[in-house]
Design a binder for this molecule. Structure first.
Ligand code: MN
Ligand code: MN
Length: 460
């Protein structure tokens, strides 16, 4: 007789026991593209530029308000170089709603302060103010690169990128040697390395004169030679230090990908690739690469910005549809990473509810903290829709909750989409060492997230 457990119990299975050899190869192929994208996308601006490049290669054109829309049209709209919206116009009217996938392309990092440069004891430094949630001790003694823009008083923008190319210099924040760290080692981790101590070493050779701040002057001269900037130009700059690790395969079986910024470029790439691959969808597909998620989605380029509503209002207007009618029939996959169960730290997890590496795309019915505060909490109906959709499309997926009750928590862009009266649910790639300078994801989960978004875009 058949074991009745087979029908009555929910027993998730490892993705590798569920996928074919062909699919394994497809996953490898997909991940090569992702690794290349991530390696070259170190800031939200670079992630947007690289996304536009890929979109244009696939026939996407820049949207101009008032454009007549025809089914199959591929459009993009860039919001101030920091966020991106793409759309493929469907066969059905926008009055029937759209399918949205939204991810964010900003990631935790060390922003330079607006008056960042100083000299101390004949060494020159940049002061920083960290962006997003970081464990500060992880950011010392690792190689850093410098990325960003300096906007001159004239309005001209100078792109800065130092340390990405082989042979270019890199930067570092020093830490105390263990021999002299007796007092530091007794401090709690939150105090051992403070935010104000995250100062980046950028030079040590003095300028050849007998004035003051000779090292700072020498370093400033180098920057002036390279970019034509002076110290005052930092006031209107957005410069950021990010980890200089190359994206690479991890593990003897090469099943994992290590790199900086998986959160959330791993989901951003998945939905980007999905919208590039979708052909003649029934409903209009919309892909959002948002900025500012790590600081609460505020600001013109964050998901709370009206920029998204304006884009959708413009699309709707060309079909004489009211955007609120479109929104109430729309569906949004908030594609963001989730915490994977870490066997080294089982104490923070409730194993049955946590997502696991290689178990596929992680669906989070709710996020938030302290009694589900700050979550949009997708309805059972929406979860059921996704189960049906993913199972039909052969997507390997799992349910996911971040940590034990009251252990902590987190948010995504989901609530800002749901607040617009759009049925929204979180789903994405499980990550180990989330928000660390070197995060880890599993190839199988990356590919399944792409497949999941493509299934949503392809649904009728
Ligand atoms: Mn995220
Ligand atoms: Mn995050």
């Amino acid at each position: 007789m058949d074991d009745p457990r087979k029908n009555l119990f929910y027993e998730p299975k490892n993705g590798y026991d569920r996928i074919s050899r062909e699919e394994h190869i497809a996953a490898e192929d997909y991940c090569r593209g992702y690794m290349e994208y991530l390696n070259d996308s170190r800031t939200e601006r670079e992630a947007v530029v690289n996304a536009i490049k890929l979109a244009r290669e696939k026939g996407f054109v820049e949207y101009v308000p008032g454009m007549a829309l025809t089914p199959g049209m591929k459009l993009y709209s860039c919001n101030r170089g920091k966020a991106l919206m793409l759309a493929v116009i469907g066969q059905r009217s926008l009055a029937d709603g759209v399918v949205i996938a939204g991810a964010h392309v900003d990631a935790p990092r060390l922003d330079l302060k607006q008056i960042p440069m100083y000299e101390s004891d004949e060494l020159c430094y940049f002061r920083t103010h960290y962006y997003g949630g970081i464990k500060k001790y992880q950011w010392v003694t690792i190689p850093l690169e410098l990325h960003g823009v300096v906007v001159l008083k004239s309005g001209e923008t100078v792109d800065v990128r130092i340390g990405r190319e082989p042979g270019e210099p890199r930067f570092v924040i020093t830490d105390l040697l263990p021999h002299l760290a007796k007092d530091q080692m007794k401090k709690p981790m939150t105090e051992a390395i403070t935010g104000e101590a995250l100062n980046i070493l950028i030079g040590s050779v003095p300028y050849d004169d007998d004035g003051k701040d000779r090292v700072k002057l020498a370093v400033m001269s180098i920057l002036n030679d390279m970019y034509g900037i002076g110290e005052e130009d930092f006031l209107s700059a957005e410069l950021t230090a990010v980890p200089a690790f190359d994206v690479c395969e991890v593990g003897l079986d090469r099943s994992l990908i290590g790199g900086y910024g998986h959160d959330d470029r791993v989901c951003a790439y998945a939905e980007l690739k999905a919208i590039l691959d979708v052909e003649n969808p029934v409903r209009t597909c919309v892909c959002i690469l948002a900025d500012k998620e790590e600081t609460g989605s505020d600001g013109v380029s964050g998901m709370q910005s009206r920029a998204f509503d304006t884009f959708m209002e413009d699309l709707c207007a060309s079909q004489n549809v009211e955007v609120r009618r479109c929104f109430e029939k729309s569906f949004c996959l908030s594609a963001d990473v989730t915490a994977a169960f870490d066997p080294l730290y089982p104490e923070v997890s409730e194993k049955r509810s946590e997502s696991k590496l290689n178990y596929g795309m992680g669906i989070c019915k709710f996020t938030g903290a302290r009694g589900k505060s700050g979550t949009s909490d997708a309805s059972a109906e929406v979860v059921a829709y996704l189960r049906r959709l993913f199972d039909k499309a052969g997507v390997v997926w799992q349910l996911s909750e971040m940590g034990k009750v009251d252990q902590g928590g987190g948010g995504t862009i989901a609530l800002y989409m749901a607040n617009r009266n759009i049925d929204t649910i979180d789903a994405g790639v499980p990550v180990l060492s989330m928000h660390a300078p070197f995060e880890l994801v599993a190839k199988l989960d990356c590919y399944m997230t792409y497949k999941g978004v493509l299934a949503a875009y392809s649904d009728d």
